[in-house]
Design a protein around this ligand. Structure first.
Ligand SMILES: CC(C)(COP(=O)(O)OP(=O)(O)OC[C@H]1O[C@@H](n2cnc3c(N)ncnc32)[C@H](O)[C@@H]1OP(=O)(O)O)[C@@H](O)C(=O)NCCC(=O)NCCS
Length: 323
């Protein structure tokens, strides 16, 4: 018989067996343990709560619920995020993942949550399963790239510099995010101490975030992964238009001889026509997709409001908001 259990109900042995799930999906063996032990304001980060399908004490499948917020034009809508869905490769096709997801839906509904969302790829078999559960594609991030062959002719922007962040800059990065996203809709209400969690829990090194300074004052940042072939910007934002242009030019200078890629960041939309003029190639979507589902019969006006949010030019979603 299959039982649905929470992390706190698992035996020490069963908790160790969860690592089989994690490693089967390419995550570190310590992944689940770290997610459950990391605390912000006394609770798990983003309300991380996993459900496990357990048979004879052993763990066969897992799905995780997150407490998120989606900001529409009219309100902050609580959202159930579904993440870290995985069934052991020797237990597939028995309906375990859908069983756990439905239970997460049921519990969220009982708390008055009206929407659920998850990220997957359109081409993965999981996508079909999510459609069966009532999820529909809602949003996919656009991306841009360019081979930066030579130092761009324009001078470095006056008064602007980049410097690598340290762990103690985390609160400053959160504050910059809040300022730069104030007029936007979408994923603009991050949980407290989001950057610190990214550094401590998510494994991102603080020095991969470059702080944009204007006359010594922080005005933006860029989260970068770089090697000898490419510089990938996973998240960038800046408070004013002039700061955004300066950030783009500084990143181009840093990428000479390599590809510069902007993905999974609202910065792509902010560059817009400017990027085309500067010779970037672009696609309006990538394979990954955000799917959403109403957790009950909602009035058509509410469904329309949510759909409008994803199509809103002010819609905000960066890598740091993905789950
Ligand atoms: C996606 C996943 C969680 C589904 O879990 P599950 O408990 O097997 O879910 P279901 O029982 O509903 O079966 C899902 C599919 O697996 C198929 N399946 C059954 N036995 C299988 C097997 N031995 N090998 C491969 N697929 C099998 C089912 O036919 C079903 O396919 P369909 O959706 O085309 O009908 C699981 O495949 C998995 O862990 N994949 C790797 C991680 C992953 O992709 N997670 C989702 C990230 S968004």
């Amino acid at each position: 018989m299959i039982r649905i259990q929470e992390w706190s109900e698992l035996s020490a042995w069963a908790r160790d067996r969860v690592s089989l799930l994690d490693v089967s999906d390419g995550d570190p063996a310590s992944y689940s343990e770290r997610q459950h032990s990391y605390r912000v304001d006394g609770g798990p980060y983003r309300g991380y709560h996993a459900l496990f399908a357990v048979r004879d004490g052993d763990v066969l499948s897992r799905a995780v619920g997150l407490d998120l917020t989606l900001t529409t034009r009219s309100c902050d809508e609580p959202l159930l995020g579904i993440a870290d869905v995985v069934t052991r490769p020797d237990s597939l096709g028995r309906g375990l993942a859908p069983l756990l997801i439905e239970e997460l839906h049921r519990r969220a509904r009982a708390r008055g949550i009206r929407w659920a969302a998850l990220w997957t790829h359109r081409t993965w078999s999981a996508h079909r399963g999510y459609e069966r559960l009532g999820y529909r594609d809602a949003y996919s991030p656009a991306f841009l790239l360019k081979r930066i062959r030579a130092i761009p002719s324009a001078d470095p922007p006056e008064g602007y510099t980049l410097r690598p962040c340290r762990l103690r800059d985390a609160a400053l990065l959160d504050a910059l995010f809040d300022r730069a996203s104030a007029e936007r809709v979408g994923f603009v209400r991050r949980p407290p101490r989001a950057f610190e969690a990214r550094f401590r829990l998510g494994g991102r090194r603080s020095n991969t975030v470059q702080l944009l300074l204007h006359q010594g004052k922080p005005t933006g940042y860029a989260v970068l992964d770089a090697d000898q072939h490419q510089v990938v910007c996973h998240e960038a934002l800046a408070v004013r238009r002039a700061d955004r242009i300066a950030l783009l030019r500084l990143l181009e200078r840093r990428s000479v001889g390599r590809w510069l890629v902007f993905r999974r960041t609202t910065f792509v939309g902010e560059l817009g026509v400017r990027a085309a003029r500067r010779g970037y190639s672009a696609l309006p979507l990538e394979h990954s997709t955000l799917m959403v589902k109403p957790l009950g019969r909602l009035p058509p006006a509410d469904r329309a409001a949510l759909a409008r949010t994803f199509g809103d030019p002010r819609f905000s979603c960066h890598t740091g908001d993905m789950f």
